[in-house]
Design a protein around this ligand. Structure first.
Ligand code: SF4
Length: 473
C-alpha cells in the first residue's frame, strides 16, 4: 500500500487543507530528497538554456500579450476554431463541466463498443477524472507516458504537472515495475526500466483503437491541434487509433499559426530545459486513409469562464503548463505536490485550483507560498502569481471568516480607531498578561485556543505592552 494519496479528479477529495497535508508530507525524508534532487536538476537546465536567449524578456512580454489578446477575444476565436475543425472533418463538443466532458467521452467510446483507451499525458483529463469515468463504464484507460504509467501502476496521485512521478526514485520504480508489468525482477537502470515499459505499451499501441489526449495549443484559423511530449508515446496515440478524442481547456486557443513557434520555444526551455521539444505533433481534423478517421474535440469550460471575467486573476489563464514555477518554488520543494491535494500543484496550482473550485474548498492553497516572487520571474507568460495569490487570500479570508470573527474584527476596528479606548485596552491586556505570567506555562499551554499563541511564543509583560502603546519609552 502506497504512502501517497490515490489519484482523484479535481474537487473529489473534499476540502483541501494545505497546511495539514504539508505537515504530513514533510515528514517523509525520501520524498524530500527525491524532490530536491529532481527540481534542482531541472532548474539548473532551464537556467542554462534560458541564458542563451538574448531576447528572452521580450519573448515573455510578447507571449503574455498574445495570450491576453486571445483571452480578450475568446468567444470569436472559439467560433473560428469550431468552424475550422468541422471543415477539416472533426467534430466539436462543448463541456460545461467535468461531468459533461466525461459523459461525452464515455458516450463516444460506448458508441463504438470500445473496452480500452490509450492516453497521451494530459492534466486536463486528470482534472475531469476521465479514467474513473471510463472505468465505471467498463472501459480501461491506459496511460502511456512513462511517468503517468508509473503513477497509474502505483495507484497514486501525480505530484508534479510535468513529471507526475517526480516523487519516486529509480529503486522505487524498479520495484514497482518488477511487481506489475514485468515477470522478472528488474535492475534500477533507466535503460532496463524504459525497455520494460516499452514492451508493455507497444502491444497496447498496436491493438487499442481508441485514443485520448489533451492539447497544448489549438490554432483557431487553421483548426490545428498541437501536442508536445518527450517520448514518442503521444504520437503513437495520436496516429494509430481509429478514433481520437482531444480534451482541451477553452483557454488553450490562440489565433494564428504564426504564434506557435514563439510558444514552442518558451515552453521547451521553461519546462524540460531543452532547446527544442523532442516530439511535437500538429494535426488538423481527419485525413482520409491517414491517422484516426474520427476526431472529436471536447472544449472544456469547468469554471474557466468565471476566471476569465475577473479583472485581476484572469491572467491565470495564460498558463502554458510549463511547470517552471513548481521547480523554483521553495514551498513546493519542501511540501511536495501531494500537499496541494489536486492535479495542479505548486504556484500554478495555488492560484488555479482556488479559482476552479472556489475559496471554500481550496482557499488554503492561496496561502501555500512565501510570496518570494521566484515563480513570477520564471513564468514564460509573465503571470504575476504573487499578486494573484494575495488577491485570492483576501477572497479566501472573506469566504472563511465566521460571523463571530467578523464581530470581533468590527469591535477591534472601533477600539483601534479611538486612541483613548486603545490605551484602556492595552492597560487591560497588560494587567491580564501579568496575571497570566504568574500561572505555570504548562497550565496555560493546556488551554484550548490560548495554546495556539503560547506554544511557540511567550506572554508579553505589561512593560512591553506599555512600550508598544507608547506609554513608556
Ligand atoms: S504559471 Fe507560468 S511558470 Fe507556472 S506552469 Fe504556468 S506558464 Fe509555467
Amino acid at each position: 500500500m502506497s504512502q501517497y494519496p490515490i489519484k482523484a479528479a479535481l474537487g473529489q477529495s473534499g476540502e483541501i487543507k494545505f497546511s495539514k497535508l504539508a505537515h504530513e508530507f514533510t515528514k517523509i525524508p525520501a520524498l524530500r530528497a527525491n524532490l530536491t534532487n529532481a527540481t534542482g536538476t531541472i532548474r539548473n537546465k532551464r537556467a542554462s538554456v534560458v541564458s542563451e536567449v538574448s531576447n528572452w524578456q521580450t519573448m515573455r512580454t510578447r507571449a503574455a500579450m498574445i495570450k491576453d489578446d486571445s483571452l480578450a477575444n475568446l468567444d470569436d476565436l472559439i467560433k473560428t476554431l469550431i468552424q475550422s475543425v468541422q471543415e477539416r472533418g472533426g467534430q466539436v463538443h462543448f463541456a460545461h463541466d467535468a461531468r459533461s466532458a466525461n459523459e461525452i467521452i464515455v458516450g463516444i467510446a460506448k458508441s463504438h463498443n470500445f473496452t480500452e483507451a490509450i492516453k497521451v499525458k494530459s492534466i486536463t483529463t486528470d482534472e475531469i477524472g476521465v479514467n474513473d469515468a471510463l472505468a465505471k463504464a467498463g472501459i480501461k484507460a491506459q496511460e502511456t507516458d512513462l511517468a503517468e504509467l508509473i503513477v497509474q501502476l502505483a495507484g497514486e496521485m501525480p505530484s508534479h504537472i510535468l513529471v507526475p512521478a517526480i516523487h519516486k526514485n529509480r529503486d522505487e520504480i524498479a520495484e514497482l515495475f518488477s511487481s506489475t508489468i514485468s515477470k522478472t525482477k528488474l535492475e534500477n537502470s533507466p535503460a532496463i526500466l524504459a525497455e520494460a515499459a516499452r514492451v508493455y505499451l507497444r502491444e497496447k499501441f498496436l491493438s487499442v483503437p481508441f485514443g485520448i489526449s489533451g492539447a497544448n495549443f489549438a490554432v483557431a484559423d487553421s483548426g490545428s491541434i498541437a501536442i508536445v511530449e518527450s517520448e514518442g508515446n503521444g504520437r503513437m496515440c495520436l496516429t494509430l487509433p481509429d478514433v481520437l478524442v482531444t480534451v482541451m481547456g477553452i483557454e488553450k486557443v490562440i489565433k494564428s499559426f504564426q504564434d506557435v513557434p514563439l510558444f514552442m520555444e518558451l515552453l521547451a526551455r521553461s519546462s524540460t530545459g531543452e532547446r527544442m521539444n523532442p516530439y511535437t505533433t500538429i494535426f488538423h481534423g481527419v485525413t482520409p486513409g491517414d491517422g484516426p478517421q474520427e476526431f472529436h474535440l471536447v472544449l472544456l469550460d469547468n469554471n474557466r469562464s468565471s476566471i476569465l471575467s475577473d479583472p485581476v486573476s484572469f491572467e491565470t489563464l495564460r498558463c502554458i503548463r510549463c511547470s517552471a514555477c513548481l521547480n523554483v518554488c521553495p514551498v513546493y520543494e519542501r511540501a511536495s505536490g501531494f500537499s496541494y491535494g489536486s492535479v495542479y500543484q505548486g504556484p500554478i496550482g495555488a492560484i488555479l485550483v482556488p479559482q476552479l473550485l472556489g475559496p471554500e474548498q481550496a482557499g488554503s492553497l492561496a496561502f501555500a507560498s512565501t510570496l518570494c516572487g521566484a515563480c513570477y520571474e520564471v513564468c514564460p507568460v509573465k503571470i504575476n502569481i504573487p499578486r494573484i495569490l494575495t488577491y485570492l487570500r483576501s477572497r479566501a479570508n472573506e469566504a472563511n471568516t465566521s460571523k463571530s470573527q467578523r464581530r470581533a474584527f468590527a469591535v477591534a476596528s472601533v477600539v483601534m480607531s479611538n486612541p483613548k479606548l486603545l490605551r484602556t485596552a492595552y492597560a487591560g491586556v497588560g494587567f491580564g498578561n501579568d496575571l497570566a505570567a504568574k500561572i505555570p506555562k504548562k497550565l496555560i499551554d493546556a488551554i484550548p485556543l490560548m495554546n495556539k499563541w503560547t506554544k511557540s511564543r511567550g506572554i508579553p509583560s505589561s512593560r512591553r505592552i506599555n512600550k508598544i502603546s507608547g506609554k513608556e519609552k
